[in-house]
Design a binder for this molecule. Structure first.
Ligand code: PGA
Length: 250
């Protein structure tokens, strides 16, 4: 499977940032230069239409960072999955720990959002991850198993779902788990998905790692078994460093 290298810009970027699509293409070349890597940028919502226009024909995907689970309605400030798709997103992140922690996105909410994303014909990147306290008290696998069972819908397939494992304590901190710990957790997630969906589906669901991925550690992390890509925050804001991560993948 191609490695999926995704940028999560979070709440960064004015309209001039749309041009970063062209900057990135200049740095990484077209898909013939990185045939084993799929590249995705998830900017804040106001940038999705202009970036997806610029990305047309360039083998760069544009995604959204969140959506509401309803199709439409009186939800001031929200955007539906259909609206994200209509704006040009072909992936939508859901269940990022910042949303789980700050905006009340429970497993149930993430599950409903994932179903809405499937209905819109968009790929859901469902994020899961334990806190430091949960890891230190030996509960990491139990937390991940619960998030998988409650956040990932039964209708998940390798075509509509990507799972991003992002330990909360590694996000934006510069700290990463050891390579062994990443490998163990990705193996655990694959096993869990295999028990639920069967090997044919589970083997083809991309499992991304996220949390302080940068040019210096990307190659080692992306070489681990069961690591099919990366979700990159801070190091994706500058195209020079994001390009290095794309190149490390492929
Ligand atoms: P980070 O963020 O790369 O800045 O740690 C990752 C994420 O939140 O997806």
């Amino acid at each position: 499977m191609r490695k999926l290298i995704a940028a999560n810009w979070k709440m960064h970027g004015d309209m001039s940032w749309a041009a970063k699509v062209d900057t990135l293409v200049d740095l990484i070349g077209d898909d013939t230069a990185h045939p084993n890597v799929e590249v995705l940028i998830c900017p804040p919502a106001h940038l999705i239409p202009s970036m997806s226009d610029r990305a047309e024909g360039k083998d760069i995907h544009i995604g959204a960072q969140n959506c509401h689970f309803a199709e439409s309605g009186a939800y001031t400030g929200e955007m539906s999955a259909d609206m994200c798709a209509n704006a040009g997103a072909d992936h939508i992140i859901t269940g990022h720990s910042e949303r789980r922690e700050m905006f009340g996105d429970t497993n149930d909410v993430v599950h409903r959002k994932a179903e809405a994303i499937y209905s819109s014909g968009v790929i859901a990147i469902i994020c899961i991850g334990e806190s430091l306290q949960q890891r230190e008290s030996g509960q990491a696998e139990a937390v991940i198993a619960k998030q998988l069972s409650e956040s990932v819908p039964d209708s998940a397939t390798s075509m509509n779902t990507v799972i991003a494992y992002e330990p909360i304590w590694a996000i934006g901190t510069g700290i990463t788990p050891t390579l062994n710990d990443i490998s163990d957790m990705h193996g655990f997630i694959r096993k869990n998905l295999t028990e639920r969906f069967g090997a044919r589906t589970a083997d083809n669901i991309a499992l991304q790692y996220g949390g302080s991925v940068k040019p210096a550690n990307a190659k080692d992390i992306l070489a681990l078994p069961n690591v099919d890509g990366a979700l990159v925050g801070g190091a994706s804001l500058e195209m020079s460093s994001f390009a290095k991560i794309v190149q490390a993948a492929g």
